[in-house]
Design a protein around this ligand. Sequence first.
Ligand code: F6R
Length: 243
Amino acid sequence: MRVLTYSNYDEMSAAAARMIATRIAELSEPVLGLATGSTPIGMYSELARLHNEEGLDFSGTTTFNLDEYWGLDPDDPRSYHWFMKEHLFSRVNLDPAKTHVPRGIGVDPDAECERYEKLIEEVGGIDLQVLGIGMNGHIGFNEPGSDPNSRTRLVRLAQQTVDVNMAKGALDSLPGHALSMGIGTIMEAKEILLLANGQGKAEIIRRALLGSVTRDVPASLLQTHSNVVCMLDEPAAKLLDLS
Ligand code: F6R
C-alpha cells in the first residue's frame, strides 16, 4: 500500500481528483467505484472544477456507488442517490445511463444485489474504487465482522454508524439497513484509493494500515490488495510512523 500524506484536506482532495482525472484520461472506458460521506466531498468539487475549467470529459466513464440506504427513495435528500446528484452527477457530463447506485426501495433486495454484481461484471470490473473509512473501520457498509468474501447484499448497520451519520447530516432518522457492495466485490477492483481526513480518523487509520489483518477492522483487509493508494491529511496520519 502506498501512503501519501497532505498538509490539509484541500490538498488531499485535489490529489485524489488528479488521480481520478489521470485514470479517466488513460483508460478508454474507465469504470470508477464511488463513495459518499463527508470525506470525498472536496474531491468531487475538484472534479467538477476540472470538468468546468479544464475540460475533463466524463462522457465515457461508468460509475458504481458502494452503497445505498435500504428504504430511501432516490429523491430523499438523505439518500446516496441524492448525495451523488448533488455533489457530482449534476456537475459533470457523466451519462446518466452509466451511473449506478444500488436501488434502495421498490425492489427485491437479493435480486437488486445480484443485478448490481452482474452490471459490474458486464463492464469488466471496477478500474479504480474510491473508499472512505468508518470510525469502526468499515469500508462501504461492511461493518466489523463482515465476511472478506462477501458480495453486494443487504446489511444491517452498526448503531455507531447510524449515529455518526445522523450527527453529520443533522438528521433525526436514518434507516438501519443498506445495500452495500461486499468486501469481495471491493477487493476485485483493479486499484483502490482510500481517503481519510481529520484527527478523528487517526486511530482507525493506524489500526487499518499498521494493525493485524482482521475482519474486525474491515479496512485492514486492504493490506492484502496489491494496488492500494491511501491519501491522508496530516491529522489523519498523525498516529502513523512513516519514517
Ligand atoms: C460511503 C461509505 C462509507 C463512508 C464512511 C466514511 O459510501 O460507504 O464507508 O466512506 O462511513 O464516511 P465519512 O466520509 O462521512 O467519514
